[in-house]
Design a binder for this molecule. Structure first.
Ligand code: SF4
Length: 456
Protein backbone atom coordinates (compact mmCIF):
# COMPACT_ATOMS: atom_id res chain seq x y z
CA UNK A 1 0.00 0.00 0.00
CA UNK A 2 1.34 3.45 -0.92
CA UNK A 3 1.83 5.57 2.23
CA UNK A 4 -0.51 8.57 2.63
CA UNK A 5 0.84 11.69 0.92
CA UNK A 6 2.02 14.64 2.99
CA UNK A 7 -0.79 17.17 3.19
CA UNK A 8 0.87 19.92 5.25
CA UNK A 9 0.54 23.35 3.65
CA UNK A 10 3.53 25.64 3.22
CA UNK A 11 1.48 28.38 4.92
CA UNK A 12 1.22 26.28 8.08
CA UNK A 13 5.01 26.20 8.31
CA UNK A 14 5.55 29.94 7.87
CA UNK A 15 3.16 31.53 10.37
CA UNK A 16 3.41 35.16 11.41
CA UNK A 17 3.13 35.64 15.18
CA UNK A 18 4.69 37.02 18.36
CA UNK A 19 7.88 35.66 19.94
CA UNK A 20 9.52 34.05 21.66
CA UNK A 21 8.30 30.54 20.87
CA UNK A 22 6.10 28.88 18.26
CA UNK A 23 5.29 25.95 20.51
CA UNK A 24 5.09 27.91 23.78
CA UNK A 25 3.62 31.23 22.57
CA UNK A 26 2.02 30.96 19.11
CA UNK A 27 0.54 27.46 19.54
CA UNK A 28 -0.93 28.09 23.02
CA UNK A 29 -2.45 31.40 21.85
CA UNK A 30 -4.08 29.61 18.90
CA UNK A 31 -5.31 26.81 21.20
CA UNK A 32 -6.88 29.31 23.61
CA UNK A 33 -8.49 31.32 20.79
CA UNK A 34 -9.89 28.09 19.35
CA UNK A 35 -11.25 27.08 22.78
CA UNK A 36 -12.96 30.47 23.09
CA UNK A 37 -14.59 30.16 19.67
CA UNK A 38 -15.74 26.58 20.42
CA UNK A 39 -17.33 27.81 23.68
CA UNK A 40 -18.99 30.75 21.91
CA UNK A 41 -20.33 28.43 19.18
CA UNK A 42 -21.88 26.24 21.90
CA UNK A 43 -23.41 29.25 23.66
CA UNK A 44 -21.23 28.78 26.76
CA UNK A 45 -20.70 31.84 28.94
CA UNK A 46 -18.29 30.75 31.67
CA UNK A 47 -18.23 32.19 35.17
CA UNK A 48 -14.63 31.04 35.47
CA UNK A 49 -11.95 29.95 33.02
CA UNK A 50 -8.90 27.85 33.81
CA UNK A 51 -5.90 26.81 31.74
CA UNK A 52 -3.48 24.17 32.99
CA UNK A 53 0.01 24.21 31.44
CA UNK A 54 1.68 20.83 31.53
CA UNK A 55 5.05 19.31 30.60
CA UNK A 56 7.46 21.63 28.84
CA UNK A 57 4.79 24.37 28.66
CA UNK A 58 4.93 24.49 32.44
CA UNK A 59 8.70 23.99 32.79
CA UNK A 60 9.67 26.87 30.48
CA UNK A 61 6.34 28.68 30.14
CA UNK A 62 7.37 31.62 32.36
CA UNK A 63 10.39 32.43 30.18
CA UNK A 64 8.45 31.79 26.96
CA UNK A 65 5.46 33.95 27.95
CA UNK A 66 3.02 31.04 27.63
CA UNK A 67 0.73 32.46 30.31
CA UNK A 68 0.23 35.79 28.55
CA UNK A 69 -0.22 33.99 25.22
CA UNK A 70 -3.13 31.87 26.51
CA UNK A 71 -4.66 34.90 28.24
CA UNK A 72 -4.53 36.74 24.90
CA UNK A 73 -6.07 33.77 23.08
CA UNK A 74 -8.93 33.69 25.60
CA UNK A 75 -9.44 37.39 24.86
CA UNK A 76 -9.85 36.44 21.18
CA UNK A 77 -6.42 37.51 19.94
CA UNK A 78 -4.74 35.66 17.08
CA UNK A 79 -0.94 35.46 16.69
CA UNK A 80 -0.80 37.20 13.32
CA UNK A 81 -2.86 40.23 14.26
CA UNK A 82 -2.38 40.67 18.03
CA UNK A 83 -0.87 43.88 19.38
CA UNK A 84 2.58 42.65 20.51
CA UNK A 85 3.09 45.58 22.92
CA UNK A 86 -0.32 45.09 24.57
CA UNK A 87 0.49 41.38 24.81
CA UNK A 88 3.51 42.11 27.03
CA UNK A 89 1.32 44.16 29.38
CA UNK A 90 -1.69 41.82 29.36
CA UNK A 91 -1.05 40.01 32.70
CA UNK A 92 -0.78 43.39 34.49
CA UNK A 93 -3.82 44.71 32.63
CA UNK A 94 -5.89 41.72 33.76
CA UNK A 95 -4.55 41.92 37.30
CA UNK A 96 -5.88 45.50 37.47
CA UNK A 97 -9.21 44.62 35.85
CA UNK A 98 -9.85 40.85 35.57
CA UNK A 99 -12.64 41.04 33.01
CA UNK A 100 -12.78 40.40 29.26
CA UNK A 101 -15.36 40.67 26.53
CA UNK A 102 -16.88 37.29 25.67
CA UNK A 103 -19.09 37.74 22.62
CA UNK A 104 -20.82 40.84 23.98
CA UNK A 105 -20.91 39.88 27.68
CA UNK A 106 -18.24 40.32 30.33
CA UNK A 107 -16.56 37.30 31.91
CA UNK A 108 -13.87 37.06 34.56
CA UNK A 109 -10.28 36.25 33.60
CA UNK A 110 -7.34 36.71 36.00
CA UNK A 111 -3.66 35.79 35.37
CA UNK A 112 -3.95 33.29 38.26
CA UNK A 113 -6.45 31.34 36.13
CA UNK A 114 -3.41 30.06 34.22
CA UNK A 115 -1.92 27.27 36.34
CA UNK A 116 1.59 25.85 35.89
CA UNK A 117 1.58 22.11 36.73
CA UNK A 118 5.09 21.04 37.71
CA UNK A 119 6.85 18.10 36.05
CA UNK A 120 6.54 16.28 39.41
CA UNK A 121 2.75 16.77 39.48
CA UNK A 122 2.27 15.81 35.84
CA UNK A 123 5.25 13.83 34.48
CA UNK A 124 5.92 14.38 30.79
CA UNK A 125 5.76 10.62 30.17
CA UNK A 126 2.06 10.65 31.15
CA UNK A 127 1.15 13.19 28.44
CA UNK A 128 0.04 12.67 24.83
CA UNK A 129 2.70 15.27 23.91
CA UNK A 130 5.31 17.13 26.03
CA UNK A 131 3.54 20.45 25.29
CA UNK A 132 0.00 19.95 26.58
CA UNK A 133 -2.54 22.46 27.85
CA UNK A 134 -5.95 21.74 29.30
CA UNK A 135 -8.56 24.48 28.96
CA UNK A 136 -11.72 24.51 31.06
CA UNK A 137 -14.88 26.59 31.38
CA UNK A 138 -16.94 26.45 34.59
CA UNK A 139 -20.42 27.78 35.40
CA UNK A 140 -21.29 29.85 38.49
CA UNK A 141 -21.90 26.68 40.54
CA UNK A 142 -18.38 25.48 39.70
CA UNK A 143 -19.54 22.71 37.34
CA UNK A 144 -17.46 21.97 34.29
CA UNK A 145 -19.15 23.26 31.13
CA UNK A 146 -16.48 22.47 28.56
CA UNK A 147 -12.93 21.06 28.53
CA UNK A 148 -10.33 20.65 25.80
CA UNK A 149 -6.93 19.01 26.03
CA UNK A 150 -4.69 20.43 23.31
CA UNK A 151 -1.09 19.76 22.28
CA UNK A 152 1.18 22.43 20.84
CA UNK A 153 3.28 20.21 18.60
CA UNK A 154 5.85 22.75 17.34
CA UNK A 155 5.92 25.46 14.68
CA UNK A 156 2.60 26.90 15.95
CA UNK A 157 0.68 23.71 15.06
CA UNK A 158 -1.95 22.63 17.59
CA UNK A 159 -3.81 19.33 17.76
CA UNK A 160 -6.43 17.90 20.09
CA UNK A 161 -4.68 15.37 22.34
CA UNK A 162 -6.71 12.51 20.86
CA UNK A 163 -5.51 13.37 17.32
CA UNK A 164 -1.78 13.06 18.13
CA UNK A 165 -0.20 10.71 15.60
CA UNK A 166 -3.08 10.95 13.09
CA UNK A 167 -2.41 12.32 9.56
CA UNK A 168 -3.79 15.74 8.64
CA UNK A 169 -7.02 15.21 6.70
CA UNK A 170 -7.74 17.52 3.75
CA UNK A 171 -10.61 17.66 1.37
CA UNK A 172 -8.21 17.51 -1.62
CA UNK A 173 -5.24 15.30 -2.39
CA UNK A 174 -2.00 17.07 -3.34
CA UNK A 175 -1.55 17.49 -7.09
CA UNK A 176 1.95 15.98 -6.98
CA UNK A 177 1.96 13.56 -4.03
CA UNK A 178 5.06 12.65 -2.01
CA UNK A 179 5.37 11.07 1.40
CA UNK A 180 9.11 11.27 2.21
CA UNK A 181 12.42 12.53 0.81
CA UNK A 182 12.87 9.68 -1.65
CA UNK A 183 9.37 10.02 -3.11
CA UNK A 184 9.86 13.80 -3.29
CA UNK A 185 13.00 13.25 -5.38
CA UNK A 186 11.21 10.66 -7.51
CA UNK A 187 8.36 13.13 -8.12
CA UNK A 188 10.91 15.75 -9.16
CA UNK A 189 12.61 13.34 -11.60
CA UNK A 190 9.24 12.21 -12.99
CA UNK A 191 7.78 15.69 -13.52
CA UNK A 192 10.97 17.59 -14.30
CA UNK A 193 9.93 20.13 -11.66
CA UNK A 194 12.23 21.45 -8.95
CA UNK A 195 11.48 20.46 -5.35
CA UNK A 196 10.31 24.00 -4.60
CA UNK A 197 7.98 24.07 -7.59
CA UNK A 198 6.33 20.79 -6.53
CA UNK A 199 5.39 22.31 -3.17
CA UNK A 200 4.17 25.53 -4.80
CA UNK A 201 1.99 23.62 -7.26
CA UNK A 202 0.46 21.54 -4.45
CA UNK A 203 -0.18 24.57 -2.28
CA UNK A 204 -1.73 26.61 -5.11
CA UNK A 205 -4.47 23.95 -5.28
CA UNK A 206 -5.33 24.69 -1.64
CA UNK A 207 -4.55 28.41 -1.69
CA UNK A 208 -5.22 30.16 -5.02
CA UNK A 209 -3.79 33.37 -3.48
CA UNK A 210 -0.54 31.60 -2.53
CA UNK A 211 1.78 34.10 -4.24
CA UNK A 212 0.19 37.06 -2.43
CA UNK A 213 0.49 35.14 0.85
CA UNK A 214 4.16 34.46 0.11
CA UNK A 215 4.71 38.16 -0.60
CA UNK A 216 3.24 38.85 2.85
CA UNK A 217 5.62 36.35 4.44
CA UNK A 218 8.66 37.82 2.68
CA UNK A 219 7.56 41.31 3.77
CA UNK A 220 7.29 40.02 7.37
CA UNK A 221 10.82 38.56 7.11
CA UNK A 222 12.16 41.93 5.90
CA UNK A 223 10.22 43.93 8.46
CA UNK A 224 11.53 41.77 11.28
CA UNK A 225 15.15 42.06 10.09
CA UNK A 226 14.83 45.86 9.79
CA UNK A 227 13.37 46.20 13.31
CA UNK A 228 16.02 43.91 14.76
CA UNK A 229 18.88 45.79 13.08
CA UNK A 230 17.78 49.22 14.29
CA UNK A 231 16.84 48.29 17.88
CA UNK A 232 19.55 48.41 20.54
CA UNK A 233 19.75 47.58 24.22
CA UNK A 234 19.28 44.65 26.55
CA UNK A 235 16.73 41.92 25.91
CA UNK A 236 14.01 41.36 28.53
CA UNK A 237 14.21 38.53 31.08
CA UNK A 238 17.14 39.62 33.26
CA UNK A 239 19.80 37.45 31.64
CA UNK A 240 21.77 40.52 30.53
CA UNK A 241 21.84 39.54 26.84
CA UNK A 242 22.54 42.63 24.72
CA UNK A 243 21.31 42.94 21.14
CA UNK A 244 24.21 42.53 18.68
CA UNK A 245 22.61 42.55 15.22
CA UNK A 246 23.01 46.26 14.46
CA UNK A 247 26.63 46.34 15.69
CA UNK A 248 27.59 43.42 13.45
CA UNK A 249 26.00 45.10 10.43
CA UNK A 250 27.81 48.36 11.19
CA UNK A 251 31.16 46.51 11.29
CA UNK A 252 30.31 44.94 7.95
CA UNK A 253 29.37 48.26 6.39
CA UNK A 254 32.61 49.76 7.72
CA UNK A 255 34.60 47.05 5.92
CA UNK A 256 35.78 45.46 9.17
CA UNK A 257 34.78 41.95 8.07
CA UNK A 258 37.09 40.25 5.57
CA UNK A 259 35.45 40.47 2.13
CA UNK A 260 34.93 36.83 1.23
CA UNK A 261 33.23 36.18 4.58
CA UNK A 262 30.92 39.16 4.39
CA UNK A 263 27.88 37.42 2.81
CA UNK A 264 27.87 34.90 5.67
CA UNK A 265 28.40 37.62 8.29
CA UNK A 266 25.61 39.70 6.74
CA UNK A 267 23.23 36.75 6.90
CA UNK A 268 24.34 36.15 10.50
CA UNK A 269 23.50 39.76 11.33
CA UNK A 270 20.04 39.15 9.86
CA UNK A 271 19.68 35.97 11.95
CA UNK A 272 20.69 37.90 15.10
CA UNK A 273 18.15 40.59 14.20
CA UNK A 274 15.29 38.10 13.82
CA UNK A 275 16.12 36.10 16.92
CA UNK A 276 16.63 39.21 19.03
CA UNK A 277 13.21 40.45 17.92
CA UNK A 278 11.82 37.03 18.75
CA UNK A 279 13.41 37.06 22.22
CA UNK A 280 11.87 40.50 22.83
CA UNK A 281 8.39 39.20 21.97
CA UNK A 282 8.30 40.96 18.59
CA UNK A 283 6.48 39.66 15.52
CA UNK A 284 8.39 37.00 13.58
CA UNK A 285 7.63 34.20 11.13
CA UNK A 286 7.99 30.56 12.18
CA UNK A 287 10.63 29.04 9.94
CA UNK A 288 9.84 26.36 10.98
CA UNK A 289 9.67 27.52 14.64
CA UNK A 290 10.19 30.81 16.44
CA UNK A 291 13.34 29.68 18.27
CA UNK A 292 14.93 28.76 14.94
CA UNK A 293 13.23 31.57 13.00
CA UNK A 294 16.43 33.37 11.98
CA UNK A 295 18.29 30.86 9.83
CA UNK A 296 16.03 30.37 6.82
CA UNK A 297 15.04 34.02 6.17
CA UNK A 298 18.59 35.24 6.85
CA UNK A 299 20.07 32.95 4.20
CA UNK A 300 17.18 33.60 1.81
CA UNK A 301 17.22 37.41 2.08
CA UNK A 302 20.99 37.72 1.81
CA UNK A 303 21.05 35.51 -1.29
CA UNK A 304 17.97 37.22 -2.77
CA UNK A 305 19.52 40.68 -2.45
CA UNK A 306 23.04 39.72 -3.51
CA UNK A 307 21.87 37.71 -6.52
CA UNK A 308 18.90 40.01 -7.28
CA UNK A 309 16.44 37.12 -7.28
CA UNK A 310 13.03 37.84 -8.74
CA UNK A 311 9.70 37.09 -7.01
CA UNK A 312 9.31 33.65 -8.62
CA UNK A 313 12.76 32.46 -7.53
CA UNK A 314 12.24 33.70 -3.98
CA UNK A 315 8.89 31.90 -3.81
CA UNK A 316 10.44 28.73 -5.20
CA UNK A 317 13.20 28.85 -2.58
CA UNK A 318 10.53 29.12 0.14
CA UNK A 319 8.82 26.10 -1.41
CA UNK A 320 12.10 24.17 -1.26
CA UNK A 321 12.63 24.94 2.42
CA UNK A 322 9.02 24.05 3.15
CA UNK A 323 9.39 20.67 1.41
CA UNK A 324 12.21 19.73 3.77
CA UNK A 325 10.27 20.86 6.85
CA UNK A 326 7.20 18.89 5.68
CA UNK A 327 9.19 15.66 5.44
CA UNK A 328 10.90 16.22 8.81
CA UNK A 329 7.62 17.10 10.53
CA UNK A 330 5.92 14.01 9.08
CA UNK A 331 8.64 11.52 10.01
CA UNK A 332 10.23 13.09 13.11
CA UNK A 333 9.42 16.44 14.70
CA UNK A 334 10.03 20.18 14.56
CA UNK A 335 9.57 20.51 18.31
CA UNK A 336 12.42 21.09 20.78
CA UNK A 337 10.25 19.60 23.52
CA UNK A 338 9.93 16.38 21.52
CA UNK A 339 13.38 15.85 19.98
CA UNK A 340 15.61 18.68 21.25
CA UNK A 341 17.12 21.50 19.23
CA UNK A 342 18.00 19.16 16.36
CA UNK A 343 14.28 19.44 15.50
CA UNK A 344 14.38 23.26 15.50
CA UNK A 345 17.79 24.61 14.52
CA UNK A 346 18.63 21.31 12.78
CA UNK A 347 15.48 21.49 10.65
CA UNK A 348 15.92 25.20 9.90
CA UNK A 349 19.52 24.58 8.83
CA UNK A 350 18.40 21.79 6.50
CA UNK A 351 15.67 24.03 5.03
CA UNK A 352 18.09 26.90 4.42
CA UNK A 353 20.77 24.60 2.97
CA UNK A 354 18.28 23.10 0.52
CA UNK A 355 16.90 26.49 -0.53
CA UNK A 356 20.36 27.98 -1.04
CA UNK A 357 21.50 24.94 -2.99
CA UNK A 358 18.52 25.32 -5.32
CA UNK A 359 19.10 29.08 -5.66
CA UNK A 360 22.72 28.38 -6.65
CA UNK A 361 21.63 25.99 -9.41
CA UNK A 362 21.76 22.65 -7.57
CA UNK A 363 19.95 19.65 -9.03
CA UNK A 364 17.11 18.09 -7.00
CA UNK A 365 19.55 15.37 -5.81
CA UNK A 366 22.02 18.03 -4.65
CA UNK A 367 19.19 19.92 -2.92
CA UNK A 368 18.18 16.76 -1.03
CA UNK A 369 21.81 16.12 -0.16
CA UNK A 370 22.30 19.71 1.10
CA UNK A 371 19.32 19.24 3.44
CA UNK A 372 20.72 15.93 4.62
CA UNK A 373 24.13 17.48 5.41
CA UNK A 374 22.48 20.40 7.20
CA UNK A 375 20.47 18.06 9.41
CA UNK A 376 23.11 15.36 9.91
CA UNK A 377 25.55 17.78 11.51
CA UNK A 378 22.97 18.91 14.02
CA UNK A 379 22.06 15.39 15.20
CA UNK A 380 21.99 15.15 18.98
CA UNK A 381 21.66 18.90 19.50
CA UNK A 382 19.90 19.44 22.82
CA UNK A 383 17.40 22.12 23.83
CA UNK A 384 18.56 23.81 27.04
CA UNK A 385 17.55 27.50 27.01
CA UNK A 386 18.89 29.32 30.06
CA UNK A 387 16.01 30.38 32.37
CA UNK A 388 13.57 29.19 29.72
CA UNK A 389 14.32 32.35 27.73
CA UNK A 390 14.83 31.90 23.99
CA UNK A 391 18.13 33.80 24.13
CA UNK A 392 21.13 31.69 25.14
CA UNK A 393 22.06 29.52 23.36
CA UNK A 394 19.26 30.15 20.84
CA UNK A 395 20.31 33.47 19.25
CA UNK A 396 23.93 32.52 18.54
CA UNK A 397 22.81 29.05 17.54
CA UNK A 398 20.78 30.58 14.72
CA UNK A 399 23.84 32.52 13.52
CA UNK A 400 25.81 29.26 13.59
CA UNK A 401 22.97 27.62 11.68
CA UNK A 402 23.44 30.19 8.92
CA UNK A 403 27.11 29.21 8.56
CA UNK A 404 26.23 25.52 8.58
CA UNK A 405 23.55 26.03 5.93
CA UNK A 406 26.03 27.85 3.66
CA UNK A 407 28.56 25.06 4.18
CA UNK A 408 26.03 22.29 3.55
CA UNK A 409 24.91 23.92 0.28
CA UNK A 410 28.53 24.32 -0.87
CA UNK A 411 29.55 20.78 0.15
CA UNK A 412 26.62 19.34 -1.75
CA UNK A 413 27.10 21.51 -4.85
CA UNK A 414 30.76 20.62 -5.16
CA UNK A 415 30.66 16.96 -4.15
CA UNK A 416 31.45 14.17 -6.56
CA UNK A 417 29.03 11.24 -6.32
CA UNK A 418 26.17 10.78 -3.86
CA UNK A 419 26.46 10.90 -0.09
CA UNK A 420 25.98 7.57 1.68
CA UNK A 421 23.21 8.86 3.99
CA UNK A 422 19.86 9.90 2.54
CA UNK A 423 17.63 12.63 3.97
CA UNK A 424 15.05 10.02 4.98
CA UNK A 425 17.66 8.04 6.87
CA UNK A 426 19.00 11.03 8.79
CA UNK A 427 15.43 12.03 9.70
CA UNK A 428 14.83 8.53 11.11
CA UNK A 429 18.04 8.84 13.14
CA UNK A 430 16.94 12.26 14.40
CA UNK A 431 13.64 10.81 15.59
CA UNK A 432 15.35 7.95 17.41
CA UNK A 433 17.99 10.25 18.92
CA UNK A 434 15.23 12.58 20.13
CA UNK A 435 13.36 9.65 21.60
CA UNK A 436 16.49 8.52 23.48
CA UNK A 437 17.34 12.05 24.66
CA UNK A 438 16.76 12.63 28.38
CA UNK A 439 13.83 14.92 29.23
CA UNK A 440 16.30 17.37 30.86
CA UNK A 441 17.50 18.25 27.35
CA UNK A 442 14.11 18.73 25.70
CA UNK A 443 12.96 22.26 26.49
CA UNK A 444 12.54 21.79 30.23
CA UNK A 445 15.51 23.99 31.24
CA UNK A 446 16.59 21.31 33.71
CA UNK A 447 19.86 20.26 32.04
CA UNK A 448 22.82 21.43 29.97
CA UNK A 449 23.43 25.16 29.58
CA UNK A 450 20.17 25.89 31.38
CA UNK A 451 21.72 24.80 34.69
CA UNK A 452 25.22 26.11 33.98
CA UNK A 453 24.71 29.60 35.44
CA UNK A 454 24.26 30.24 39.16
CA UNK A 455 20.92 31.90 39.97
CA UNK A 456 21.42 35.59 40.83
S1 SF4 B 1 17.74 25.64 22.38
FE1 SF4 B 1 16.96 25.37 20.26
S2 SF4 B 1 15.03 24.23 20.48
FE2 SF4 B 1 15.57 25.04 22.50
S3 SF4 B 1 14.44 27.00 22.65
FE3 SF4 B 1 16.51 27.47 21.87
S4 SF4 B 1 16.31 27.42 19.62
FE4 SF4 B 1 14.48 26.41 20.45
Amino acid sequence: MTPAPITISLLELFRIGPGPSSSHTVGPMRAAARFRSHCLARGITPARLQVELQGSLSATGHGHGTDRAVLAGLCGDEPETCDVDALQRLPDTLRDDPHIDWGGVTVRLHPDDVVFRSLREVPTASLAHPNTLVLRAFDAAGSLQHEESVCSVGGGFVLSAELIGQPVVRDREPKIPFHNGDSLLAASHRTGLSIGEIVLQNDREWHPDLDEQLDRIVAAFRDCVARGLRTRGELPGGLGVVRRAGALLRRLDAGQVEGSWSPIARAQAYAYAINEENAAGGRVVTAPTNGAAGIFPAVLLEAADRLQLDRARIHRAIGTGAAIAMVIKTHASLSGAEVGCQGEVGSATAMAAAALCEILGGTPDQVENAAEIGLEHNLGLTCDPIRGLVQAPCIERNAMGVAKAWSAAQLSLHAEGRGVVSLDRVIRVMRRTGHDMHTDYKETSTGGLAVSLPEC
